[in-house]
Design a protein. Structure first.
Length: 250
């Protein structure tokens, strides 16, 4: 680890093992299609509106702060990523959740988590739900019912019966319910909670509009965190989760 010289514009990149493999093949497979920006090293409290040299120097200290060289531990770098919002955005998006803390008094208890984004919208892209310790609770998709129409023709009437056009049905529609999963499995504003490598091995992540949080059986009171992130707005909320000891194990 070191510091970059901020007297010139520098891009310091470290490739992952997969990136080095693609670059070594020499078949034009290594293509950067996405990137993220972060401001971990910036202390915005140093923005000085009382600087004697005027507004051009309000950010003088910030602009001359050293930047860390890149390294591949995501728990130590790029923890505070920047987001892109529509032009003229006046307020940052924030997440609203059922409760900032959840307590389960035993195993098998289910709590639906359906966040809402204020000052923005994640309605189309949905949310990412990360349970930091899946050994004491579990995340499951919320299954919704989607209506599927199945049409049946009404037989022609016989015997010369005549009915007004408004009374004749051309067809009958029967509704057949089809269960679909709204979430895809992949393996706010609050203070971010980051996981180390061991915690990541115990975590589970789902993406979608909502999830069910289901408590497991534990022998002692145990706590973890559920981090919810809007996939479009980047707004996050951290929910503290506590699972009470299973009475049957006491």
């Amino acid at each position: 680890m070191g510091f970059l010289n901020n007297t010139s514009v520098t891009v310091d990149a470290v490739l992952t093992k997969k990136g080095r493999e693609l670059l070594a093949r020499g078949q034009d497979e290594f293509k950067i299609t996405k990137f993220a920006l972060a401001d971990d090293e910036i202390d915005y409290r140093l923005w000085d509106t009382s600087h004697p040299n005027g507004s051009n120097y309000y950010g003088a200290v910030i602009e001359n702060m050293p930047l860390l060289e890149s390294f591949v531990d995501e728990n130590q770098i790029m923890r505070f990523k920047l987001i892109s919002l529509p032009k003229n955005t006046a307020k940052l998006p924030i997440l609203e959740v059922p409760a900032p803390t959840l307590t389960f008094n035993g195993p098998g208890v289910t709590q639906a988590i359906s966040p809402n984004t204020r000052n923005g919208s994640d309605a189309e892209a949905g949310y990412s739900f990360t349970l930091h310790d899946a050994t004491i609770a579990n995340l499951t998709p919320v299954v919704i019912q989607k209506k599927k129409k199945k049409k049946f023709k009404l037989p022609f009437l016989k015997g010369g019966q005549q009915f007004a056009a408004a009374q004749i049905l051309d067809e009958l529609e029967f509704i057949q319910k089809e269960e679909i999963a709204d979430l895809q499995t992949n393996v706010g504003a609050t203070t971010p909670v980051f996981m180390n490598e061991e915690e990541r091995k115990r975590s589970i992540t789902l993406q979608g509009k909502s999830v069910n949080l289901v408590s497991r059986s534990v022998t002692t009171d145990t706590s973890t965190n559920l981090t919810v992130t809007g996939l479009s707005t980047g707004a996050t909320f951290n929910i503290a989760v506590t699972i009470k000891a299973d009475p049957s194990t006491l």
